[in-house]
Design a protein around this ligand. Structure first.
Ligand SMILES: NC(=O)c1ccc[n+]([C@@H]2O[C@H](COP(=O)([O-])OP(=O)(O)OC[C@H]3O[C@@H](n4cnc5c(N)ncnc54)[C@H](OP(=O)(O)O)[C@@H]3O)[C@@H](O)[C@H]2O)c1
Length: 306
């Protein structure tokens, strides 16, 4: 049976992966409770002991604004760690699965980014993610890098949960409407990872590459918030926010430490054609994730790995 090592099973994506990957082999999860991943040598030794056939790295420094001032920590997790994992994967003849971001692109124009487009991150976080992608491509032969955008889930810290919380306590809200992308549920990322990995295991390293992974369609953060509140009202969630009190603002009116790309559209042609998939639209994915939140199915936060 294949050994799968999953790093960070308690993050948004890691949590869903712990469920999606079980059918592919014996799952070994390593979290911060086992090892602080910034101790890279200790982590590598632990992974090597498990004789991995697949390493799935859901760990990352995801505090985008904090990365502007804590660059060393962000680089360690997002660039040095993936580089070390890639070297280990190569030595072990293992597949490495890794996640990257729309923030590697400059955010200009209005076309959807393709995987071969020129990267030019606007933030330190984006630079660290790009450095991680490049290191993996350089150091190992069997890898899947999924660049995704605007990740959310029924659990964890994310935009959907923040908006629902704010709309239950505030009477007015302003949300940015000039950044365009696709909100991606962690569960979709995990399910597509499992499907793609299954094919990669059968078809071999010709499938190695960078792939965009997001639902079909596009919206703004404002459009995303509006859709969340519409669902909330349809499902009888009591909101203090009246529909007419949600207003659209520009990025310039909401300054942040890290600059965000205005255009986060990701072209999905490569992943769909390579793995014979059809991505669902972001609205249906939101409805599913919202219902999961509403039904409180996230109550079971127990990781199912040994
Ligand atoms: N979130 C987004 O909007 C977004 C957008 C595009 C791409 N991505 C990428 O998607 C991937 C998954 O993101 P996510 O949203 O699932 O992130 P997340 O919820 O923040 O999870 C990150 C995980 O990394 C773990 N971690 C961080 N530093 C660690 C350390 N020193 N030692 C051990 N564990 C450590 C965290 O552990 P703790 O729980 O213990 O802190 C957490 O489980 C990442 O590669 C991210 O860059 C995310």
């Amino acid at each position: 049976m294949r050994n799968i090592v999953l790093l960070a099973p308690n993050g948004q994506v890691g949590f869903e992966l712990a469920r999606s990957l079980v059918g592919l082999g014996k799952l070994h999860c390593l979290s911060r409770a086992d090892i602080d991943f910034s101790n890279i040598n200790m982590l590598l030794a632990r992974i090597a002991q498990l004789q991995p056939d697949i390493i799935v790295n859901a760990a990352a420094w995801t505090a985008v604004d904090k990365a502007e001032t804590e660059q060393d920590g962000a680089y360690l997790l997002n660039a040095t760690l993936p580089a070390a994992l890639a070297t280990l994967a190569q030595q072990s003849n293992a597949w490495l699965v890794h996640y990257s971001s729309d923030y590697v692109y400059p955010g200009t124009g209005s076309n959807a980014w393709q995987e071969h487009d020129t990267t030019a991150p606007l933030s330190v976080y984006g630079q660290t993610k790009l450095a991680g992608d490049s290191a993996i491509q350089q150091h190992c032969a069997k890898y899947l890098i999924f660049r995704t955008s605007w990740v959310y889930a029924a659990r964890g810290n994310n935009f959907m949960r923040t908006m629902l919380k704010l709309a239950q306590s505030r009477e007015a809200l302003q949300v940015v409407s000039d950044q365009i992308g696709a909100p991606t549920p962690a569960r979709l990322i995990a399910n597509i990872t499992a499907l793609s990995l299954q094919q990669a295991l059968q078809r071999g390293e010709a499938l190695s590459g960078v792939y965009h992974l997001a639902p079909a369609g596009e919206t703004s953060w404002y459009g995303f918030a509006e859709a969340i509140f519409t669902l909330a009202r349809q499902h009888g969630v009591m909101l203090t926010l009246a529909p007419e009190k949600l207003s659209a603002i520009g990025t310039a009116d909401y300054p942040t430490a890290a600059k965000r790309p205005a255009n986060s559209r990701l072209c999905l042609t490569k992943i769909q054609q390579t793995f014979n998939l059809q991505m669902p639209d972001w609205q249906s994915q939101l409805a599913l994730t919202f219902i999961e939140w509403r039904n409180n199915t996230q109550v079971d936060n127990t990781v199912i790995c040994p």
